[in-house]
Design a protein around this ligand. Structure first.
Ligand SMILES: [Zn+2]
Ligand SMILES: [Zn+2]
Length: 311
């Protein structure tokens, strides 16, 4: 099979997404399932989902041209088969973990990913709340090693679509816990609820796409605790349903910081690349600072440096 013939399953599944969102909303309204829907919030989530497909179409050529240039310099050619697709899926899931982790820890990448976290609700509609920046952040470059070792960009796009489809169903409060073996290996509604939390205890945790084992291995796994219900949304919620603002507010905030008068070049760079919440005068808080302030250390503890009004 030609890798370029593989479909984009994440877009083909759109009717399924809409059907399941409708089903979840009806069951919640009937009092049968746990959860909450709000019309304005869901409308924004659906708009963000549609816009992300458009952004992918507009900017996708950038990623494609870079990845296909790398393909010309590949070390080997891995043919399409069940086994190679499985390997591409697992390795792609590992790449996704690091893309997602960087998406939370580097402000430029967060400027795109923040969109996904901008709802104060957690339901299947929230899953569609995706970035309108597409490959403009440059994070797609983390796939380059997989292309160089012989995975065709078409294969990687296919398994990335499968990964997104997997992540759809975990955006729900209707499912509490799954069998222990499944929770141990796979990303689940419980694990991903933690990821969407703004409680300090839960910040910067559970970056997994499909396999939660990456978080367990790299020290970012935090279990959902019954004693601390999840509060969904951003540390500073947007309070806006305007899709353009949801999509680009953090890019605008970065631009404003970059042109502030009187900053050292290094400070401007940190406004772009330091963790979200960093500020040159300590007027804001990063997630690590929020955790320290609440007495909760990060799941992957970093040494507490005496630092000025920065980190
Ligand atoms: Zn995230
Ligand atoms: Zn999510």
């Amino acid at each position: 099979m030609n890798p370029t013939d593989l479909p984009d399953v994440s877009v083909l599944a759109a009717p399924l997404y809409l059907a399941l969102i409708g089903l979840e909303a009806l069951r919640i309204r009937a009092g049968r399932w746990k959860g909450r829907y709000e019309a304005r919030d869901t409308a924004t989530s659906l708009t963000m989902g549609a816009g992300s497909v458009v952004a992918g179409g507009l900017f996708g050529g950038i990623a494609a041209s870079v990845l296909f240039a790398a393909w010309e310099a590949r070390l080997a050619t891995i043919p399409v088969s069940i086994g190679s697709l499985l390997a591409a899926f697992v390795l792609g899931d590992l790449v996704y973990y690091w893309q997602h982790r960087l998406g939370h820890r580097v402000r430029w990448f967060w400027a795109a990913h923040v969109t996904h976290h901008s709802s104060t609700h957690y339901n299947l509609g929230t899953a569609l709340r995706q970035s309108w920046m597409g490959p403009l952040t440059g994070l797609f470059a983390l796939n380059l090693p997989l292309v160089w070792i012989g995975f065709h960009p078409g294969m990687l796009a296919f398994v990335s679509g499968l990964n997104l489809v997997y992540q759809f169903w975990i955006h729900t409060e209707a499912i509490d816990r799954l069998p222990r073996w499944f929770e141990a290996v796979f990303n689940t509604p419980s694990h991903h609820r933690v990821h969407h939390a703004k409680n300090p205890r839960y910040l910067d945790a559970n970056y997994a796409g499909t396999l939660i084992v990456w978080d367990r291995w790299f020290g970012t796994f935090v279990p959902e605790q019954e004693a601390e219900p999840v509060c969904y949304g951003l540390v500073h919620d947007l309070d806006s349903y305007n899709p353009l603002w949801v999509a680009y507010h953090e890019v605008i905030a970065i631009a404003r910081d970059l042109v502030r008068p009187g900053l050292m070049p290094g400070e401007r760079l940190r406004y772009l690349l330091a963790p979200p919440g960093w500020s040159h005068d300590g007027s804001r808080q990063t997630s690590d600072e929020l955790k320290r302030a609440s007495g909760i250390v990060a799941p992957c503890p970093t040494p507490l440096r005496p630092s000025p009004a920065t980190t």
